[in-house]
Structures are given as C-alpha cells and as structure tokens.
Design a protein around this ligand. Structure first.
Ligand SMILES: Nc1ncnc2c1ncn2[C@@H]1O[C@H](COP(=O)(O)OP(=O)(O)OP(=O)(O)O)[C@@H](O)[C@H]1O
Ligand SMILES: [Mg+2]
Length: 361
C-alpha cells in the first residue's frame, strides 16, 4: 500500500485533527498508533508526521534518515521534543494549534508531488496598444495547438479581459475574482479543471466584467506555483505599470518579452517599461511590432533599449476585425503572427522543429 502520509500518534484527538486536515488536502493517510507500527511504514509515504506522544520513543529507535519527516507539537512547553526531532532527522517541528494551514499544504504537497515545472513567459507592451495582449494570446493558442497544456494568465486588471479577446466571455469557469483571496498551496488538478478552456489545451485565467482589484501577490504566487505543476507552458499578460503581482510573475518567469512598435516615441516609452522588467526578470527580450515605413529599424529599437531582439512581429490587418467578432482563435492558424509565435516558442526550447512547423501551419 502506498499512501501520501504516515501519521504516528496514539492520541485519538490529535489523530482526528490530523485526519481532518489530510482530508481537506485530499491526501491518503496511514496511521501508526504505536512505535512498533511505524517501523514498516517509515519509508513508504512522502510525508511522515510524528506526534509528540511518540517522538521520544521513536527517536530512541534511531530510524534511518529520510526527507519529509515532521514532528507535530501538542505541548509547546516540552523542550525535550527538539532533541527527539534531531534524533528523527525531522525537517520541521510545527505546533498543531496554529499550523493547520501549513499542515494542509504539506498534506497537499505529498498528495501531489511536483513534476517538471512549466516554462513561464511574461509579455508586456512598451506603450499602450503595442500588441502585447494579442501576442500573449497568440503564443498561448500556438502552444496549445501544438498539444502543450497551456495557461494564459490575464495579469492586467485594467485591460479589457483576455476572455473577451478570445470571444470567451460567456465560457464557464473560474476567473480572477474567485482567486484573489487565495494564498498557500493550490491544487494543480483543481486549478486546471476549474478554468475555462479554449479548444482542448488552452486554459484561460481572466477577469469577469465586474469591478477589478489589484491581484494580491500571494494569489499570483499560488496560481503560478500550481500552474507550474499543472501546465507545460504559462504565458502572463502584464500591465505596463508593474504592480506587485506583475513583479511576482516576472520573478518566476524564464523570459520577459517587451513588445515595442517600430516608432521613435514608442521606443522612448518602452525604455521606461524596460527598466522595471530588467529589475525583476533576468532575461528580457524585445519584440518589435512593425516594421513601420518611416520608423526606426528593429535592430535600432532593440539597440536603443539595450536589450536583445527576439524577433519582428508583423502586423496583420485581419486581427482587429477578428478580435471584434470574438473570432481570434479561429483566425489564429492562418496568420503570420502564429508562425512568429511558433518560432519564438521553439527558440525558448518549448517544442522541436517538427511541432514548430505544425503549429505554424
Ligand atoms: N500583430 C498585430 N497585427 C495587427 N493588429 C494588431 C496586432 N496586435 C495587436 N493589434 C491591434 O492592436 C490592438 C491592441 O492590441 P493589444 O490589446 O494586444 O495591445 P496591448 O499592448 O496589450 O495594449 P494595452 O496597453 O491596452 O494593454 C488590438 O485590438 C488589435 O486591433
Ligand atoms: Mg494589453
């Protein structure tokens, strides 16, 4: 039998409390009511909770070292517990009273061990209307079409809503207002199942049409952490004026793309946005939207910003009308923007040359 957590206690009240927390996290448990019962189960589960009533006795048996051992305190005045915790090789000592949230997260982490982390990319515009939200959306659609589980995150509370951009405003599912109160560990499976889906693979976390509020940092952190476990690719559309949650997204992204129209004034405005991006993201690249006949060439724009040029995003006149009709997803594959996104995702190592061709087809 493999379970997510072993609970070792002979105290029925403590056991009840811990079983309740495990159930809240959806974790399967096995229980050892005396030290003898711990022996065989010691190495079996990712999480081992040794409660205070059994800690001394178990430590005296010198069980083999293993990760994931937690000592649960019920009497905080008993200082001898720390000696027992050292003997058990415990990674944490937590008090049952007051650490319920921590314990639920620990049970949840044991029930849903982290797999490979998704590639996260942030997209910001160098000036208003630069095309950042469209690029973020098209990158999401391209990755999804290539079969990658993809999440598109609307990180701009004052934007028009990425669900609207995709014509998905009536789609059922969770939106930001339901998540802004969240902190701590979110279940990856629950996040993925609850979000609206465009086609088979593109999940979207957007706003609804009600009033918006800033996204708390903790909520963005919880969402991106769970998204890292639930998806292969996560793209976040950022506001130009970086708020705390945008900073949180930048800190966790592999690459930040700055979309800059090929115009002198846009390049100057983008310089201000670039300062913020560079402060929080280690790899910032410029996407020049254009080229414009009278504007600077893309290399000059990137050079002026002191950032590497990721590529040149061509304008496609059909996009504006498709967005108005809510038909962007349908038009997507027939645009040069989709080909651009496929090259960009291949450059980021997200899919190989074969998929790159298919995604752009
Ligand atoms: N590649 C493109 N080709 C043609 N038109 C585009 C392209 N990208 C964006 N647009 C047009 O520009 C408009 C604004 O684009 P978008 O909303 O992506 O800009 P943004 O940088 O996110 O702006 P904001 O400052 O509002 O966040 C779109 O509604 C669309 O009409
Ligand atoms: Mg936008």
């Amino acid at each position: 039998m493999t379970t997510d957590a072993l609970i070792a206690t002979g105290d029925p009240l403590v056991l009840d409390d811990l079983l309740r927390l495990a159930a809240a996290a959806g974790a399967e448990t096995e229980v050892a009511r005396d030290s003898d019962a711990v022996g065989a189960a010691w190495m079996r589960s990712p999480l081992v909770l040794i409660c205070q009533d059994m800690a001394d006795d178990l430590a005296a048996r010198m069980p083999p070292r293993r990760p994931g051992v937690v000592v649960v305190l019920t009497d905080e005045d008993d200082e001898s517990i720390y000696r027992a915790a050292v003997g058990l090789g415990a990674q944490h000592v937590v008090a049952l009273a007051g650490a319920e949230g921590w314990l639920v997260d620990a049970f949840a982490a044991a029930a849903e061990p982290s797999g490979p982390d998704a590639l996260r990319v942030c997209v910001a515009g160098g000036r208003g209307g630069a095309g950042a939200s469209v690029l973020a959306t098209m990158m999401g659609l391209t990755a999804a079409r290539a079969g990658l589980a993809t999440l598109l995150v609307d990180g701009d509370p004052l934007g028009g809503g990425l669900d609207l951009l995709l014509g998905q405003e009536t789609a059922r599912g969770t939106r930001w207002p339901a998540l802004t109160g969240r902190s701590g560990r979110l279940s990856a499976a629950v996040l993925r199942e609850s979000l609206p889906l465009v086609g088979d693979e593109l999940s979207v976390l957007s706003w609804d049409r009600g009033p918006t509020e800033p996204i708390p940092v903790e909520a963005m952190r919880s969402v991106l952490d769970a998204a890292g476990r639930a998806f292969a690719f996560v793209v976040v559309d950022l506001p130009r004026r970086l708020d705390d949650s945008a900073v949180e997204a930048l800190l966790s992204c592999a690459v930040a793309l700055l979309v800059v129209p090929a115009e002198v004034r846009a390049a100057v405005a983008a310089g201000r946005v670039a300062v913020g991006l560079r402060r929080h993201a280690s790899d910032v690249r410029v996407v020049v939207a254009g080229p414009a006949p009278d504007g600077p060439d893309p290399g000059t724009v990137a050079g002026a910003l002191g950032l590497p040029l990721a590529g040149v995003l061509s304008r496609d006149r059909r996009l504006a009308a498709a967005i108005e009709r809510g038909a962007l997803a349908g038009l997507h594959r027939r645009t040069r923007v989709a080909g651009f996104c496929a090259r960009m995702l291949a450059d980021l190592g997200l899919f190989d040359q074969r998929l790159r061709g298919e995604a752009a087809a």
